[in-house]
Ligand binder design. Structure first.
Ligand code: MOS
Length: 700
């Protein structure tokens, strides 16, 4: 029986491109939706972390006997009695010592979990945890990020080799002007609203967990490796997640410790990190020190680009902050050289946060480009247009689609850029100085293997299952539209879209701007195969597809999303305070699946960029090495009053290598805004700011 009406071609049924509110929105605002810490579980026990008050050292002794006898206490787990973990387990960056919780007496950084107290109630666990007596031996520590550190060394080249195109010395020699400056960005923290929480329990030989993470299938794989379990017996759900920003891409401490606690107590155990713990132990963006040199001809054409970035790493895991990726692709030049250096620090391990690499890298590169415009007296938009490359400047590969000029031109038109006097300090407004700035940027596009199942039900509806995660982006809503169009049916015929369960098969995480591309690929492929089978199939009929062998050679072209961000700031000459008055972002992110949700997402990214420009800074005590501002009172994030009129829109774009032409909107929104704001502050004041955040004391 053919239940399908005569259908348009896949991708043209009309669900894609339509603004729809998110499906779970009413559930979120009425409290019906369950986050990881809300999920009702029978016979639940609670774990509370005891964390190291010292920055480096070892545990001499833990006296747990008193605490074990306290009311409601079920277990005290420390390095002497914890489950042994596989020391080789890790992530994309290799073995990760930060996962090796409670495995030894060593303290690698301040806040490191040294014990978990498990009790019948959360209050009992917390009270007992405060009573645990631990004797520490302190070692010296080195938490200060110093670019001239004697142990500085080149980063691994996991993202491909650094650029070494042409002869820098010759091109700098021939250039009319050379800008050579250093830029600094501080420690920054992901700071998702929902704290990390996990509830774990055993059911016979199967392990179950409700966790907060960016990709349940990836996390289940990492957890299986860590505990040396059969992956088929590990089941992880993360149905609703209150933001991740990179911090929930890994197997989190809440999950590892909840599994240990459930194992020891034979009870379901929930561990929810305190806000303080979230700051101290769920990774950070590393501080960076970057040098950018640009040599240009008098007409603004770049001859030489040289970008060297140093960033912090922990001895526990060899993470790479790809600050120089943009410099390999954004502008044409005869010589382009880049380099990445790692500086060891005894802090929480740096890891991916909100456009990793690109956000700090773009601040340095796009500030330096603005300095070239300043030196040559050229409009910064015009300067960028003059340096557009025809092909990948280092790779020599063609671009799949490149709408950076369209973003710049359309953004300039809407922002009213042609009214700008390019000289600085020309717009006083009482005690304020007004200025405008621009930055352009890109973020790479790609896809990873994922699987999807679609069932044609007997009543003419369809059920879709994919291990995607919706971390607040609207992925659930967007993928429902993808499924409808791929099947060629009205969106009302998608009965259900199941996501965020590791049992749904392999799926890439909501990370690296590769969630939507990877999941869309699997859903469209499953839909195509189901449509082919339907005329003859008995219902219900299910098709399952894994795209592992279907992704093709995406590396044959350079694939990027693009944006141009324009900012207007007002700087108070009395207080040094900089406030953003207007932000406008034009984005080329391929085909836009849901304009309402995509706009919300890139606006969220731009607010992250604003926050990076003006507020965010992890501050360490030089003596203790401890993060001083490990909470929302001390670590400032843009609040409503800081967020001005923001506009964001999309230029027509289509990614030819990926089904439905999608590129991904996750990271690109975060990139560019910080440089646009810093460039606007220069335009307002005539003083260049090369260190983030743009604090009052730096502006005065
Ligand atoms: Mo994203 S910062 O790659 O999770």
């Amino acid at each position: 029986m053919n239940i399908l009406p005569p259908a348009p071609e896949p991708g043209h049924a009309g669900a894609i491109g339509v603004a729809r509110a998110r499906l779970e929105g009413p559930g979120k605002v009425t409290g019906a939706v369950r986050y990881a810490a809300d999920d009702p579980v029978q016979d639940l026990a609670f774990g509370y972390l005891v964390t190291a008050p010292i920055t480096r050292g070892r545990i001499r002794d833990i006296d747990a006997a008193t605490v074990r006898a306290m009311p409601g206490v079920l277990a005290v787990i420390d390095h002497t009695n914890a489950t042994r973990l596989n020391p080789e387990a890790g992530s994309y960056f290799g073995p990760d010592g930060n996962l090796q919780l409670l495995q030894s007496a060593e303290i690698p950084y301040a806040g490191w979990p040294v014990a978990v107290v498990v009790a019948d109630t959360w209050e009992q666990a917390r009270h007992a945890a405060t009573m645990l007596r631990i004797d520490y031996e302190e070692f010296t520590h080195d938490t200060a990020f110093r670019p001239d550190h004697p142990a500085a060394r080149p980063a691994l080249d996991l993202f491909g080799p650094e650029a070494a195109l042409g002869d820098l010395a010759t091109e700098f020699e021939a250039a009319s002007i050379v800008v050579d400056e250093r830029y600094h960005t501080p420690e920054e923290y992901c700071s998702a609203m929902e704290p990390h929480s996990a509830t774990a329990w055993w059911d016979g030989s199967d392990l179950h967990a409700v966790d907060t993470n960016q990709g349940p299938w990836i996390i289940a794989g990492a957890l299986s490796a860590l505990f040396e379990l059969d992956p088929a017996r590990v089941h992880i759900r993360a149905e609703h997640v209150g933001g991740g920003f990179g911090s929930k891409g890994l197997c989190g401490p809440q999950l590892i410790l909840a599994v240990m606690a459930a194992t020891v107590t034979s009870r379901p155990v929930r561990i929810t990190l305190t806000r303080n713990d979230v700051f101290l132990i769920t990774t950070m963006r590393p501080p960076t020190d970057q040098r950018v040199r640009i040599g240009a001809d008098a007409d603004g054409r770049f001859r030489a680009l040289h970008h060297e970035a140093a960033f912090a790493v922990s001895p526990l895991v060899e993470y790479i902050e790809g600050c120089t990726e943009l410099t390999k692709t954004l502008y044409a030049a005869r010589a382009i050289h880049t380099g990445l250096t790692v500086i060891p620090v005894d802090t929480v391990p740096p890891y991916s946060m909100r456009a990793p690499g690109a956000a700090p890298g773009s601040f340095a590169l796009e500030s330096a480009v603005d300095e070239v415009a300043e030196r040559l007296g050229i409009d910064p938009v015009e300067l960028r247009l003059r340096n557009e490359p025809a092909v990948g400047p280092v790779s020599g590969l063609p671009f799949s689609s490149r709408e950076s000029s369209t973003c710049l031109r359309e953004g300039a038109r809407r922002f009213g850029w042609d009214m700008r006097d390019h000289r600085p300090r020309r717009r006083p407004d009482g005690a304020l100085l007004i200025g405008t700035g621009v930055a352009t940027t890109s973020f790479s596009v790609g896809a990873f293997p994922s699987s999807a199942s679609i069932t044609a039900e007997s009543d003419g509806t369809f059920t879709v299952a994919i291990g995607a995660a919706d971390i607040g982006t609207g992925a659930r809503t967007a993928l429902t539209a993808v499924a409808a169009d791929a099947l060629g049916v009205d969106i009302g015929r998608i009965r259900a879209l199941r996501i965020a369960d590791s049992d749904l098969g392999a799926a890439w995480s909501a990370g690296g701007s590769r969630g939507t591309t990877s999941w869309t690929w699997a859903i469209t492929e499953a839909a195509t195969r189901l449509r082919a089978r339907l005329p003859a199939a008995a219902l219900p009929a299910t098709v399952t597809v894994d795209t592992a062998t279907l992704l093709g050679d995406l590396a044959a072209r350079e694939r990027h999303a693009y944006s141009a961000v324009f900012a207007e700031v007002a700087v108070d000459t009395a207080s040094g305070e900089a406030r953003v008055r207007r932000l406008l972002g034009m984005f080329a992110i391929g085909q836009v699946i849901n304009p309402l949700l995509a706009r919300s997402q890139v606006i969220g990214g731009m607010i992250g960029g604003l926050s990076m420009a003006l507020h965010e800074e992890g501050v360490r005590d030089r003596v203790t090495g401890r993060l001083v501002n490990a909470d929302f009172a001390g670590y400032h994030i843009a609040a409503h009053a800081d967020v001005p009129d923001i506009e964001a829109d999309f230029v027509p774009d289509y990614e030819p290598g990926i089904p439905l032409g999608v590129k991904g909107a996750g990271e690109i929104g975060n990139v560019g805004t910080a440089a646009a704001i810093a460039n606007a502050v220069w335009h307002a004041t005539g003083v260049r700011q090369r260190t983030l955040p743009l604090r009052l004391d730096r502006l005065l």
